[in-house]
Design a protein around this ligand. Structure first.
Ligand code: FAD
Length: 499
C-alpha cells in the first residue's frame, strides 16, 4: 500500500535513505519497487500526483510496437514483447490481451510485407502463444462494423495487450510501499547537494507550502519530459529532452461498435492511429507533434482534434462523425531524448546518464518496458550501495489491490464515498483531480460528468482531509484548471468552477 500523503511526507525527513527517487511516473515507481525488493531503504518524491505526467496519458497499450519493427528497431521490439508477455503473466488483472485488426491496401507486395512483419512479430514473442491470422474484409466488417472495407486487399488480426496506465503505476507503487518505500506525492525536489557521502535534497510540499529536507546515499532522476536541469545541483548531468505531444480522444462506444482494437492509416500522412475499446469508451490516438509549450500543462488544441477526427472519417463507412461524439480528451508528452543536437531525429529508446557521485537519471523508453528500465537502474544503484545486483522483479507479481479496475466496475461512473476515502488513505489521493482523473478515469471517459461530480467528490474529500470551505473552493478551482487541460478546446472554462 502507498498510504496517506501527509504521513508519507512526514517520513521523508526520517534518517538517511539509500535512494531518493525524483518522479512518480511508471519509471520512478518501477525503480522504487526494484530497489525496495533488493532491500534498499527507498524514498520517492513526485511533484504532482503519482502518474500525473505522461504515465496516465499514454495509449494504454502494453505492446511490442509493430511500428518499431517497421523502422527496423528489432531490439526495441524484442525487449518490448518480452516485457509485454511478462507483465501479462505478473499482472493478469491489469494487463489484458486484445486482438488488433490491421487493414492492408496496396496490392500483393504490401500484403506480403505486412504478413512477413507480423510473422516476425509473433516469432519474437515467446510467451503469448497467439499467432496472427488473415481476416477477410467481411470478417473485418463483423469485428468493426463501422469500418470502411470496400477497397481493402485483406486484413490481419494480431495480438497485443492493453492496461490502465495510471492503475498500473499505483499498483507498482503499492508493491513498493508494501516493501517499505516512502512514496510522497505533491513533493517537488528543488535542489540536490552533496554532503559528505550522502546527498541533501530540498523538497517543496505543494499542498502545505512547507520545505522538507531528505537525505539519501544516492539519487535517481526519473523525471520524464521534465529536464532534470530544473533541479538545482542535478543540472550538470542533464540531457536535452525534446518533448513530442500525443493527443487521444475518447468517444462513445455506440458510434464505434468494436470487438477488437484497430490499427488504421490516417489517410493524411503515412502514420497509423489506434482505435481501441477501453473501459466503456473507444480511445483514439495518437498525434505526434513537436512540443515547445509548458511541460506541466500540455493541452488538446483544435488542430489535434481535427487531425484525429479526419483520420477516423477516412476509415469510416459513413462520414457522420462529429465533435459531439467526443466525451473526453487528453494530451501527453513523450520524453524523447535529443541524441544529436544538430539533428531533428530523437530516439524513443531510454537513456541513462550517471555521475560519479551516485546520481543517476533515466528518461525515454515506454510504459511497456518500465520493469526492465527499472532493473537497469536498480542494478547500478545496488552496486553503489553494496546490495545484491541479481535481478529481483522478473517473477514478482503486481497485484491490482488498490486500483480502480478492481474496486469500480466502471471507471466512467462517479466514484462512491467509500472508494474516495480508500483512495485517500491507501493511495495518497489528496486533490479532486487525483480522484477523478487517475483513481477513477471519469475525467477522460466522461468529461462533463466529471465536472458535475466534482462538487460531491470535494465534499467527501473535505470530510476526510478536514478542508475548510475556503480550501474546498480552492481545490475545486485547481480541479477546474486540470479539467480544462484535459478536455476539448471548446470545453475550457479558464479555470472557473461552478461546482
Ligand atoms: C501520447 C503517448 C502515448 C503513449 N503510448 C504508450 C503505449 O501505449 N505503450 C507504452 O508502452 N508506452 C507509451 N507511451 C510512452 C509512455 O507513456 C512513457 O514512456 C512513460 O509513461 C514515461 O514514464 P515516466 O515515469 O518516465 O515519465 P512521467 O510519467 O512523465 O513521470 C515523470 C514524473 O516526474 C515528475 N517530476 C518532474 N520533475 C520533478 C521534480 N523536480 N520533483 C519531483 N517530481 C518531478 C513529474 O511530475 C512526472 O510525474 C506513450 C507516450 C505518449 C506521450
Amino acid at each position: 500500500m502507498i498510504g496517506a500523503r501527509d504521513a508519507n511526507v512526514g517520513r521523508l525527513s526520517d534518517g538517511v535513505f539509500d535512494t531518493l527517487i525524483v518522479g512518480g511516473g511508471i519509471t520512478g515507481m518501477g525503480i522504487a519497487l526494484d530497489l525496495a525488493a533488493r532491500g534498499a531503504r527507498v524514498a520517492l518524491a513526485e511533484k504532482a500526483d503519482f502518474a500525473s505526467g505522461t504515465s496516465s496519458r499514454s495509449s494504454k497499450l502494453v505492446h511490442g510496437g509493430l511500428r518499431y519493427l517497421a523502422q527496423y528497431q528489432f531490439s526495441v521490439t524484442r525487449e518490448s514483447l518480452e516485457e509485454r508477455d511478462r507483465l501479462a503473466r505478473l499482472a493478469p488483472d491489469l494487463v489484458a490481451t486484445l486482438p488488433f485488426l490491421i487493414p492492408c491496401r496496396g496490392g500483393p507486395l504490401a500484403v506480403a510485407r505486412l504478413a512477413a512483419g507480423l510473422s516476425l512479430y509473433d516469432a519474437m514473442s515467446h510467451g503469448s502463444g497467439r499467432r496472427f491470422t488473415h481476416c477477410s474484409p467481411s470478417g473485418a466488417q463483423r469485428l468493426a462494423p463501422w469500418m470502411r472495407v470496400d477497397d481493402l486487399d485483406t486484413t490481419f488480426v494480431y495480438w497485443d495487450c492493453q492496461t490502465d496506465d495510471a492503475a498500473l503505476v499505483l499498483a507498482v507503487g503499492a508493491q513498493a510501499g508494501s516493501r517499505g518505500a516512502v512514496l510522497a506525492n505533491y513533493c517537488a525536489v528543488v535542489s540536490v547537494q552533496p554532503d559528505g557521502d550522502r546527498h541533501v535534497a530540498v523538497i517543496r510540499d505543494g499542498i502545505r507550502g512547507h520545505e522538507t529536507i531528505a537525505r539519501a546515499r544516492s539519487i535517481v532522476c526519473a523525471t520524464g519530459a521534465w529536464s532534470p536541469g530544473s533541479i538545482r545541483g542535478a543540472s550538470e548531468h542533464s540531457l536535452t529532452v525534446r518533448p513530442s505531444k500525443g493527443v487521444h480522444l475518447f468517444l462513445k462506444r455506440d458510434r464505434f461498435p468494436l470487438r477488437c482494437a484497430c490499427y488504421l492509416p490516417t489517410g493524411i500522412d503515412n502514420r497509423l492511429i489506434f482505435v481501441v475499446p477501453w473501459h466503456d469508451r473507444v480511445l483514439v490516438g495518437t498525434t505526434d507533434t513537436d512540443y515547445g509549450g509548458a511541460v506541466d500543462r500540455p493541452t488538446v488544441e483544435p488542430e489535434d482534434v481535427d487531425y484525429l477526427l479526419a483520420a477516423l472519417r477516412h476509415n469510416r463507412r459513413d462520414f457522420g462523425l462529429s465533435r459531439d461524439d467526443v466525451v473526453g480528451a487528453q494530451a501527453g508528452l513523450r520524453p524523447l531524448v535529443r541524441t544529436d543536437q544538430a539533428s531533428t531525429r530523437a530516439s524513443r529508446e531510454e537513456h541513462v546518464w550517471s555521475a560519479d557521485n551516485r546520481v543517476i537519471g533515466i528518461t525515454g523508453g515506454k510504459l511497456t518496458t518500465y520493469r526492465r528500465m527499472a532493473e537497469r537502474v536498480g542494478t547500478t544503484v545496488a552496486g553503489w550501495l553494496g546490495l545484491p545486483r541479481a535481478p529481483v522483479t522478473r517473477d514478482l507479481p503486481i497485484a491490482p489491490r488498490t486500483v480502480n479496475v478492481e474496486s469500480s466496475p466502471s471507471p466512467s461512473i462517479a466514484p462512491s464515498e467509500a472508494q474516495i476515502n480508500r483512495w485517500i488513505r491507501e493511495t495518497g489521493a489528496c486533490r479532486v483531480g487525483d480522484v477523478l482523473a487517475r483513481r477513477s478515469r471519469l475525467l477522460l471517459l466522461d468529461h462533463r460528468s466529471a465536472i458535475r461530480a466534482s462538487g460531491a467528490v470535494a465534499d467527501v474529500m473535505a470530510g476526510e482531509l478536514d478542508w475548510s470551505n475556503e480550501q474546498r473552493a480552492r481545490e475545486l478551482e485547481v480541479f477546474a484548471r486540470e479539467a480544462d487541460a484535459h478536455g476539448l478546446p471548446e470545453w475550457r472554462t479558464d479555470g472557473y468552477s461552478a461546482a
